[in-house]
Design a protein around this ligand. Structure first.
Ligand SMILES: *[C@@H]1O[C@H](CO)[C@@H](O)[C@H](O)[C@H]1NC(C)=O
Ligand SMILES: *[C@@H]1O[C@H](CO)[C@@H](O)[C@H](O)[C@H]1NC(C)=O
Ligand SMILES: *[C@@H]1O[C@H](CO)[C@@H](O)[C@H](O)[C@H]1NC(C)=O
Ligand SMILES: *[C@@H]1O[C@H](CO)[C@@H](O)[C@H](O)[C@H]1NC(C)=O
Ligand SMILES: *[C@@H]1O[C@H](CO)[C@@H](O)[C@H](O)[C@H]1NC(C)=O
Length: 327
């Protein structure tokens, strides 16, 4: 009898452990608001998605991301393409690495290993109007593997978008900036902690694509105006990255997070593009003038040559006469 009650107790204990174990940290409800994952949402599930699952090459089994989160990611990934990808003169490998990062953050079945939700929502300045209004958002912190941050950052740090925003000049600042964008895009304020200690189960991405990795053209669809080729993670590659948007250096020594929105000045970004336009036009004129000068020079050279040839003949004739006279 005692044995039986003992096993019963053990069973109850095991069951309650099974029920209370929290694998998923957060979820998103139908109106797009993030919530702490409770009850059955705390467990990874095989979700039914109304649109193709955007992380399907990364996760095939149960995940922590529901249909609303899948839709949210799909629209955020379009923004990543427009800012960091080749559409924004950036690098598609960088965009792919970022998407992988957000897929892991949102969908990983062990999400609560590296995502901690604060006890209550927090009020933060709205970055859209530079803090004139406030937003009430979910208080999130994540623990990320330092090498992962560094590798993703080095694949992105030369994209035009990242070079315009001084907050993104360091790996840590880069991720804080991404986290700050979640304020408007996902109603979450994400603080980032770093560790190199794998035993703490930080968010870790292995085999991060280097920005200079050539991506083969596969499954080309010639009917598409802008053909794209899915990479190993299923994300859009439309062209290889170039030295205009890809640097391969990153030192782990620069881990000093900058204040998140520092340097993100829409006026400066606008001015930058204005400057770029002026520079481009200036450069075009400069090259045109140089070309015209070159044409002029070669024209002059041609004329000089012709003159020299004309002068040379009589000189030669005279010389020959002189030689004859000397003899
Ligand atoms: C989640 O964690 C468990 C136990 O730590 C591990 O066996 C499993 O592989 C992890 N799953 C993923 C997708 O990382
Ligand atoms: C990040 O660090 C803060 C402060 O040390 C801590 O409260 C929080 O729980 C940490 N988050 C994670 C995910 O480790
Ligand atoms: C990383 O890539 C190597 C070589 O392509 C492969 O053997 C390894 O399994 C990959 N690791 C992970 C975690 O995907
Ligand atoms: C890739 O880009 C094409 C066209 O720009 C778009 O229709 C498609 O949904 C994108 N696919 C992914 C996985 O982002
Ligand atoms: C990338 O470059 C490789 C070789 O350098 C080439 O075979 C491949 O087609 C290129 N990929 C794209 C998407 O242009």
């Amino acid at each position: 009898m005692k044995k039986f009650t003992n096993s019963l107790l053990l069973l109850i204990l095991l069951l309650s452990f099974e029920v209370t174990r929290q694998d998923c940290a957060f979820t998103v409800d139908p109106d797009g608001k993030p919530q702490v994952a409770k009850d059955k949402d705390a467990k990874p599930q095989i979700h039914k998605y109304s649109a193709p699952f955007i992380c399907d090459k990364i996760y095939t089994g149960a995940t922590c991301c529901n249909d609303y989160q899948n839709n949210q990611m799909a629209s955020n990934f379009l923004q990543i393409d427009a800012t960091f990808g080749s559409i924004g003169n950036g690098c598609d490998n960088c965009a792919s690495n970022l998407k992988r990062f957000w897929c892991t953050y949102t969908c990983d079945p062990n999400q609560s290993d590296f995502v901690v939700i604060g006890p209550k929502p927090i009020v933060v300045p709205n970055p859209i109007d530079e803090g004139a209004t406030t937003l009430t958002v979910q208080d999130v912190s994540i623990l990320v593997d330092s090498q992962t941050v560094c590798d993703v950052w080095s694949s992105c740090n030369l994209t035009p978008y990242a070079t315009q925003v001084s907050a993104m000049k360091t790996p840590a600042g880069f991720l804080s900036f991404q986290g700050a964008n979640a304020v408007t895009q996902a109603a979450q304020s994400i603080r980032v902690n770093y560790t190199s200690d794998a035993s703490k189960n930080p968010l870790t991405l292995h085999n991060i694509t280097k920005c200079n990795a050539p991506q083969p053209k596969v499954n080309k669809d010639p009917a598409k105006a802008q053909p794209w080729y899915p990479d190993a993670w299923g994300f859009n590659i439309s062209q290889n990255c170039s030295c205009n948007n890809c640097a391969d250096a990153c030192t782990l020594a620069v881990f000093t997070p900058l204040p998140v929105m520092q340097g993100f000045d829409y006026l400066v970004v606008g001015l930058f593009y204005g400057f770029l336009l002026v520079f481009t036009i200036g450069c075009w004129f400069f090259r045109r003038r140089r070309q015209m000068k070159k044409d002029q020079e070669s024209q002059q050279q041609l004329e000089q040559q012709e003159q020299q040839e004309q002068q040379y003949e009589p000189l030669h004739a005279e010389g020959a006469q002189e030689n004859q006279q000397n003899e």
